[in-house]
Design a protein around this ligand. Sequence first.
Ligand code: FAD
Ligand code: NAP
Ligand code: SF4
Length: 677
Amino acid sequence: MAAHPRYPRVFTPLDLGFTTLKNRILMGSMHTGLEDIEGGFERMAAFFAERARGGVGMIITGGIAPNHEAGGGGKLSTPEEAALHRIVTEAVHAAAPDVKIVMQILHAGPLAGTPACVAPSAIRSRIGRYTPNELDEDGIEKQLADFANCAVHARAAGYDGVEIIGSAGYLLSTFLVEKTNTRTDEWGGSFENRMRFPVEVIRRTRAAVGDDFILIFRIPAMDMLEGGMSGEEVIQLAQAVEAAGATIISTHFTWHEAQVPTIATMVPRAAFAEVTGRIRRHVNVPMITSNRINMPDVAEAVLEAGHADLVSMARPMLADADLVNKAWEGREDEINTCIACNQACLDHTFTGKLTSCLVNPRACNETLMPVLPATTVRDLAVVGAGPAGLAFAVEAAQRGHKITLYDAAGEIGGQFNLARRVPGKEEFSETLRYFKRMIDKLGIMLKLGTRVDADLLAAAGHDEVIVATGIRPRTPDIPGITHAKAVPYIDAILGRRPIGRSVAIMGAGGIGFDVATLITHAGPSAAVDIPTFCREWGVDFVNHPRGGVTGLVPQIEKADREVVILQRRDGAPGKTLGRTTGWTHRLSLVRRGVKMLGGVTYLKIDDEGLHTLVNGEPRLFAVDTVIICAGQEPERSLYDALVARGLRAHLIGGANEAAELDAKRAIAEATELALAS
Ligand code: FAD
Ligand code: NAP
Ligand code: SF4
């Protein structure tokens, strides 16, 4: 077959000897939470089948435990449990017989969240709930047997293979480093001894499943631990795992307890791929790379550079199930790109909620949110082209409704046009590119620069109006709030007002932190420049010191500006930020010299600065500028006017409820209404 004109490497099949992968993009493993709920397997089947139809070559499921002590939700160790998985494997193979589905076996070791958890040594992880039970010789033998047993049942359940995770601070990786393995027997001490357990897991599993079954080992390619694995040790392990029978080696970066962001939106695209490439030169089996590869051109570039044989995209497949088909058909501008926010995926996983996606709320909800053609086609006006209005307009137009989308601004995007100016949030522009393209494609009538009122809408004669008019920034009622020193956050972000050398930020929500990032930034954004990322987070991809980080001190260029972030409630600011990304924002601001303070009562702003009480004591912040980031209130006047005139109207997004509003809620609310309209 002729090579694909734009993505020749992505669309070259990979012959594994006993089977073939039809292309080089796979959906990486993600815990969805569906494994743990009633009816979850049916939902998982629909979720994976939609991705199989979307053209991906191979799907790897979320982690399944091989026994009780391995923790996690789903376990597979019996024929009865295997029977539950059949619905998933059959759905995927029925949807696309040429797509492989591989089950990940996850033994969480000391992170298992059960008092029965086990590890090579009784050393509690910084993020673990329990001190693990040290495995004795019988215990080690049992774990080895349980891995093999789990893989045998996976095969019986119809999977095409298994992936064994040997990274992240889970069981296998805790054998590999001295920090968690202090044994003096044959499973500890020298590196040969420390890698014995993971290698033996692969050997036993291969022996149990036979030669014609995909066996992937997820290697801790760079564990981000002080004193972690050296580059040479990683290569040694890769070679040993290959010899033990792995079909493919997949690179994984970081342990969960490490303090380097590896998938957040502030990480540059494909930043880690060259580490995979270095290991790849020393093995003969195909290698998978991952992390922040979210578009087909990035995948193609990684393959072209020789960094990997296969590219894993996990979150991008939540964001757009059809990503691969769209690349194949030259419709990449229609890809709804993962912006790496973690807000509806990893943040949900770590707070016990089901996984979904900020830009695609149907992810993992396919059975609950089917997209059906509208039974009655209606003429709908959508007012506001922020995330809520855009999501409604596109979903409703796809169902066949006639849509007119109005916005007072000269461009679509609403507050996303502010968000994307923040260093580290460059990806937000992709969401707007997607919406722009879909507006064109679906023939949505776009009326920009049009501030809409009830008269205009009544005259236009639409059947219904969807009010997505967003928010108004909250203006705290304190003396001096209109003083020249007081600057609303919108003016600060858009550069409409000068910001002085010393700044107090009033309000420590997401916007307060983003404004602090913006005004303390100097030099290129780490999100788009790998050397800057490495410098700011203390990582060396090239020389690969132990763990990639040993002996390196993060170096952030400090801005020539003193900034303090304030909040009224007691305690450290930043607690409301995202579970998996908040720490990165806090840490990078602290490293930039930004101060943070809670327990503040605002008294007034005058020529001297911001007068406050801090824990009851008077305190003057003698600053040049006070940036107001004090939350938001719903902009609902249009809705009230429409209702007063008896017009049919619906409220979505910030206009509906501004408290705890984010784009996740705005888009989800809009999508639900559009699918029901
Ligand atoms: P908006 O985005 O406010 O859009 C409302 C639109 O309505 C505007 O375009 C406005 O011009 C238009 N409009 C209003 N009245 C009229 C009228 N009468 N006629 C015509 N048009 C009208 N959220 C996240 O989830 N994650 C983040 O990381 C994140 N970062 C952010 C960073 C910053 C700096 C900011 C400011 C916000 C951030 N947000 C983030 C919040 C997110 O952008 C909002 O929650 C989201 O934009 C709300 O969407 P919306 O459509 O309801 O309203
Ligand atoms: P927010 O998160 O609600 O924070 C508002 C801040 O203002 C808080 O610190 C609040 O804390 C303070 N405040 C509230 N009322 C005040 C008043 N009357 N006077 C003075 N201070 C007051 O809202 P936001 O920062 O404006 O962000 C808006 C939304 O966008 C958020 O809900 C957020 O989810 C979303 N967003 C998300 C991200 C992200 O990275 N995920 C980034 C940006 C924005 P105190 O009351 O304790 O002072
Ligand atoms: Fe990507 Fe954010 Fe969706 Fe997660 S929630 S898949 S990070 S866009």
